[in-house]
Ligand binder design. Structure first.
Ligand code: GDG
Length: 725
């Protein structure tokens, strides 16, 4: 097992300053626990910022590095100025608000961006200094979105994984970012990109498709150079640590103490970093309305609000703190009595023991963020609270809602909804609580933070295998000899040949790509020695006109029509009822895109945008493709992207199926297939494994072999014809 490097913005250490000396205490966050459980026996290094600006270590850098190295950590020392633009700037004032849908707080500042690029480069530099050639590198979170690409440049053989801990926003929000292309390209340097939920992954894939034009299949993106897997890994917690916490004597003591302070009242718990994404003011307003509407709860419940101060130098956070202080004051002033304070407000972090005691005691946990990547508080609460007692009120907008569906789910923007959820939580019968909590606990127990990390690392190593399956050999030397030998000895050989891009180079106007005399001769000679099938996306008329005089079979429109001597016939009995559903959508896009038009073919619909204004046409084509995606899936259709056209047709029509038509009618003992684009991948996939499948040009492929260009393709066919008697 090779070297393993984790890179995150912060190192998992707390720095304690004692005079001029520093002490470094490892902090035991969830990730650190998870990794220690899967890293046994591996060389493991954690790389990140140690938490203080470089200026504070002046003159002591080496000593600091040595102390951190003892903890398995390697520091990236950042100056105050770098932290200003990279961390407080681009990370926290651009990416954080934008990715949490707070466009109104998002600042686009090229100075921040430059700092972000520079610091990502510094992280890359540091990783490159310590990394082995084939290291596994796991990069974390939104501060390091460019790092995978920067690492890939220097470490092409490394396994690079990336995990995003915050939401990935919908394309409509992401597209606003001036540096959106750079960010996507940065991420695509990874082999595996992980998100908490299916929705975040979907948003990312959609942005990649629309902005970079890369398709994906079940989350596997094929870029020009590599295959990148996108997957969902909902982060979890150290379940045992929380579920076993209440048995600890220290925590027992605290439970007892807080219980006596509660004097028999029910406890509603709210814990967050004081951040505008958490919906804290709305939560307080909902509590106020709850007390107003249901006076029977006055004096009977306490809301304990823990608001851990955060990013206090940023104005929106200062504003939020003021608002929360005021609301707490107002509600306590309005409803409090000499013997009852409705809200207990702690504006600081708590030691773990205290937090665990509160989780244990809380009858209700109120977790209502506007947006949250996951939200671990919700999971920690479920793990700690006794199963017959707790009730979790959880925002639909938290990633955790995708798993904790037994919670009382609320829309955090809807006060009414929150008020009624509070009432429901108190009225929930005991056996109902038990069933709900048991299910959630069981899920968290099975999929805890260790499983999460194992899953990610395991998938990362599997992606490497998938990538290998896309690597094809250049057809030279022994492989070429083997092909020629098999061809010359075969009883009954067949060659499936794509036309455009394979036998002829692309020219500006497709109608001008007619076959030249050299090609005709090659095909005529080959057809004397083997069955030759030209298998193309073009229509019947063009193919007949160009190749009707040759003794070859023809397949038009990616497999819809076949000419095998005699007449053109459809290759199957295809349904075309779907056209009624799809046509209105195409019409809508035609109306919105001057110059575009719809062509109706027997089994397909084609949207042409060659005559539309080019930028607009391209943009609409992307949009249309996106709009058709779900529908195409449901109706069993496929959207083919051609030269300024989108063609929609039944999925079962493809070049692979067309090849089967021939293979089922005659036993062939030599099969060659040549093609250059993704429609040919269906052909390569459909053929038996011993076939000679050849991709023309670069790009990922399932073909066994590759030839560089049309010239090489023609040369091979000539050589084949010569080699066979
Ligand atoms: C990102 C994403 C995603 C909080 N207050 C105290 C305290 N905590 C601990 C909790 C919990 C963690 O901090 C907070 O959980 P989050 O889920 O908010 O995590 P973050 O790291 O802030 O945020 C988030 C997460 O990454 C993981 O991927 O869930 O959506 O924003 O573990 O226990 N701990 C102690 N005292 C406190 O007062 N001891």
């Amino acid at each position: 097992m090779g070297q393993f490097i984790v890179v995150s913005n912060r190192l998992p250490v707390t720095i304690l300053r004692e005079g001029d000396q520093f002490r470094f205490k490892p902090s035991v966050g969830g990730l650190a626990t998870a990794l220690s459980s899967v890293m046994e026996g591996r060389k493991f290094i954690w790389l990140g910022w140690p938490g203080l600006p470089r200026e504070e270590f002046e003159g002591q850098k080496e000593r600091v590095e040595r102390s951190l190295a003892e903890l398995g950590c390697c520091p990236v020392c950042l100056s105050k100025e770098e932290l200003e633009s990279f961390y407080y700037g681009f990370s926290n004032r651009t990416l954080w608000p934008l990715f949490h849908y707070f466009l109104q707080y998002t600042i686009f500042d090229s100075h921040f961006w430059e700092g972000y690029v520079r610091v990502n480069q510094e992280y890359a530099q540091k990783v490159v200094e310590i990394a082995e050639e084939e290291a596994t590198i796991w990069v974390h979170d939104y501060q390091l979105l460019l790092l995978p690409y920067l690492l890939r440049q220097k470490l092409p053989k490394a396994s690079i994984g990336f995990f995003l801990h915050i939401p990935f926003p919908s394309y409509e929000v992401f597209r606003v970012l001036p540096w959106r292309i750079e960010i996507l390209e940065g991420l695509l340097g990874a082999d595996l990109i992980g998100f908490h939920t299916f929705d975040y992954a979907r948003h990312f894939l959609s942005s990649v498709r629309r902005l970079l034009g890369y398709e994906h299949e079940l989350g596997l993106i094929l870029t020009q150079e590599r295959a990148v897997q996108v997957e969902v890994f909902p982060i979890s917690i150290d379940y045992r640590k929380f579920s076993e916490a209440p048995a600890q004597p220290e925590i027992q003591k605290r439970i007892k103490k807080i219980r006596s302070q509660l004097e028999g009242r029910s406890l509603i718990l709210s814990v967050d970093r004081l951040d505008y994404t958490k919906g804290i003011p709305e939560r307080l307003k909902a509590f106020e309305l709850f007390l107003e509407r249901y006076p029977e709860f006055r004096g009977k419940v306490v809301l304990l609000l823990v608001g851990v101060p955060s990013r206090t130098e940023v104005e929106q956070y200062q504003e939020l703190k003021r608002e929360v202080d005021q609301l707490v004051g107002r509600i306590n002033g309005r409803f409090g009595t000499l013997s009852w304070t409705p809200i207990w407000y702690l504006s600081r972090g708590l030691p773990f023991e205290e937090l665990a005691a509160l989780y244990y005691l809380a009858d209700v946990a109120l977790v209502t963020p506007f947006r949250d990547g996951m939200n671990l508080i919700a999971k920690e609460y479920v793990a700690t609270v006794p199963e017959e007692r707790g009730a979790l009120i959880l925002s639909e907008m938290a990633g955790a809602a995708a798993e904790l569906s037994e919670a009382i789910l609320v829309n955090p923007f809807n006060l009414e909804n929150q008020v009624e959820a509070l009432r429901e939580a108190f009225e929930l019968p005991k056996d109902e609580r038990l069933v709900r909590n048991r299910r959630m606990k069981e899920r968290l127990r099975r999929y805890d933070i260790r499983r999460w990390a194992q899953d990610f690392i395991q998938t990362l190593s599997e992606v490497k295998k998938v990538q290998e399956s896309f690597v094809s050999l250049v057809l030279t030397g022994a492989a070429r000899q083997e092909l020629l030998r098999a061809f010359s000895q075969a009883q009954s050989p067949i060659c499936f040949l794509d036309y455009d891009g394979t036998l002829t180079s692309f020219v500006g106007r497709p109608e001008k790509a007619f076959p030249d005399p050299e090609l005709k001769k090659i095909l005529r000679d080959l057809a004397q020695k083997a069955k030759v099938v030209l298998i193309s996306g073009r229509d019947q008329e063009t193919l007949t006109q160009w190749f009707g005089d040759l003794p070859v079979s023809l397949v038009a429109e990616h497999g819809i029509f076949i000419y095998d001597g005699g007449n053109w016939t459809p290759s199957g009995d295809f349904n075309d009822e779907w056209k009624e559903t799809v046509r209105p959508i195409l019409e809508l896009y035609t109306d919105r895109t001057p110059g575009s038009f719809i062509e109706e073919k027997r089994f397909s619909l084609v949207w042409h945008y060659r005559l539309a204004e080019s930028e607009l046409g391209l943009m609409r084509a992307h949009e249309l493709k996106e709009a058709l995606l779900d529908l195409a899936h449901t109706l069993g259709l496929m959207v083919l992207e051609g030269n300024k056209v989108l063609e929609i047709k039944p999925r079962e029509i493809n070049k692979g199926e067309a090849a089967r038509y021939f293979l089922q009618r005659h036993p062939y003992d030599f099969i060659l297939a040549m093609g250059d684009d993704w429609t040919d991948e269906y052909l390569f996939e459909a053929l038996p494994p011993e076939s000679f499948t050849v991709k023309i040009g670069y790009g990922l492929t399932k073909a066994r072999y590759r030839l560089e260009n049309v010239k090489e393709a023609r040369r091979l066919l000539e050589e084949m014809a010569r080699s066979r008697k």
